[in-house]
Design a binder for this molecule. Structure first.
Ligand SMILES: Cc1ncc(COP(=O)(O)O)c(C=O)c1O
Length: 323
C-alpha cells in the first residue's frame, strides 16, 4: 500500500518538510536493521481526532529499545507530545503514525560505538485498511507459511525491531506470490505463531484462543484490546500453544493489529473457515472495536487520547518548526 504524503515530519525535535526527512546511506539502522518502531492509528471520532492507545505504543517503543539497550534521547512524554504535534501540524483527522528510533550515521561496525547517534522521527499520514476494505468486511484468504518465526533464543520477537521484519517480509511475500492475502507463521516448535504483521485469534465453541507470548509473537496492543473487549462481551480468551490443524477445524479465525485492525480470515490453505466469511463472533468483536471510534462502545479503559489533549510539561521539549 503506497504512502500518501503529508506536509511535515518530526525529526530529532524539529518539524521538517516531508521531502527533507532523509537519512545518510551509511546509517547503522539501514545496514543492520537496528531500528525500533511503532504503528499507531488516529481515528476521527465524535470527540475529534483521537490517538488509539497512543501512550501505550510509545511505551512499547521504549521497551523495544530497552531490549537492545538503545537509549532514546527523548522521554515518553516528549514523544507522546511529538506524536500529537505531528498529527496537528499536518491537519489530519485520521492517520497512521510511524515513530521510529534508529542507530544513525557514525559507525559501520555491527555493534555501534557511542559516536553513533540515536535518531528519532515521527511521520503521520492517511492510511486505509491494511488488508483491503473488502477483506475487512468479508474476510481474507491466507496460507500457512513455509517460513517459521525465529526461535526465542535467536532474535527477541517481543521487540518491534526493524530486523524482525525480514521474517515478516518472507512470510508476506511468499503468501502474495502464492495468491494469498497474508501468511501465518509457525514457531520453532511447529505451533501457531502469528501473521507477518498481525496477531492471530481462533474461535472454537464460543471461546477465543490465541497463541501465547512465548510463541515468538509480538504481543499486540490490538490483541490486548480484543481480549478485554471479548471479556466485556462475556467471551473467554485462552492464550495457549496450538497445533496448525486448529485453523482447519476452527469456527472462526481472525487477525488483529494496528494496521489490520480486526480482519476476518475466510480460508486457510484453501480450506474454508466456518461459513467462509466473517463469522458471528468476529463480527460482534469488530462492531465493539469500531464502536469505540463512533461512540457506540464506551471507552471504559480510556484508550482514546484526543489529539491536542496532551499536557505539555514546562520542562518538556517542544518542537521547533524548521521551515
Ligand atoms: C509481527 C506483528 N505482530 C503483531 C502485530 C500487532 O500488534 P499491534 O496490535 O500492537 O499493532 C504487529 C503490528 O504491529 C506486528 O508487526
Amino acid at each position: 500500500m503506497s504512502i500518501t504524503q503529508s506536509e511535515y515530519i518530526w525529526r530529532d525535535g524539529q518539524m521538517i518538510p516531508w521531502a527533507e526527512a532523509t537519512t545518510h546511506v551509511l546509517s547503522h539502522g539501514l545496514h543492520y536493521g537496528t531500528s525500533m518502531f511503532e504503528g499507531i492509528r488516529v481515528y476521527d471520532t465524535p470527540k475529534g481526532p483521537c490517538g488509539f492507545r497512543l501512550r501505550g505504543h510509545v511505551e512499547r517503543l521504549f521497551s523495544s529499545a530497552k531490549i537492545y539497550a538503545m537509549e532514546i534521547p527523548f522521554s515518553v512524554d516528549e514523544l507522546v507530545n511529538a506524536c500529537h504535534e505531528t498529527v496537528q501540524i499536518n491537519k489530519l483527522t485520521s492517520a497512521y503514525l510511524r515513530p521510529i528510533a534508529y542507530h544513525g550515521y557514525g559507525d559501520i561496525g555491527v555493534s555501534p560505538g557511542p559516536d553513533t547517534p540515536i535518531n528519532v522521527a515521527i511521520a503521520a499520514f492517511p492510511w486505509g485498511a491494511y488488508l483491503g476494505e473488502a477483506g475487512r468486511q468479508n474476510g481474507v484468504d491466507v496460507c500457512v507459511s513455509s517460513w517459521r518465526r525465529p526461535a526465542p533464543d535467536t532474535i527477541p520477537m517481543a521487540a518491534k525491531a526493524a530486523g524482525n521484519y525480514l521474517s515478516g517480509f518472507l512470510i508476506s511475500r511468499e503468501a502474495k506470490n502464492r495468491g494469498f492475502a497474508e501468511g501465518i507463521a509457525l514457531d520453532v516448535d511447529g505451533r501457531l505463531s502469528e501473521g507477518a504483521g498481525e496477531n492471530l485469534f481462533i474461535v472454537k465453541d464460543g471461546t477465543l484462543f490465541t497463541p501465547p507470548a512465548a510463541a515468538s509473537i509480538l504481543s499486540g496492543i490490538t490483541r490486548d484490546c480484543v481480549i478485554k473487549l471479548a471479556a466485556q462481551m462475556g467471551l473467554q480468551t485462552k492464550e495457549q500453544a496450538m497445533p496448525r490443524e486448529m485453523l482447519y477445524v476452527a469456527d472462526e479465525v481472525f487477525f488483529t493489529g494496528t494496521a489490520a485492525e480486526i480482519t476476518p480470515i475466510r480460508s486457510v490453505d484453501g480450506n474454508p473457515v466456518g461459513e467462509a466469511g466473517c463469522g458471528e463472533i468476529t463480527r460482534a468483536i469488530q462492531e465493539r472495536f469500531f464502536g469505540l471510534f463512533t461512540g457506540a462502545t464506551p471507552d471504559s479503559e480510556n484508550w482514546l487520547e484526543p489529539i491536542g489533549s496532551n499536557v505539555v510539561r514546562e520542562d518538556a521539549h517542544v518542537s521547533k518548526i524548521a521551515v
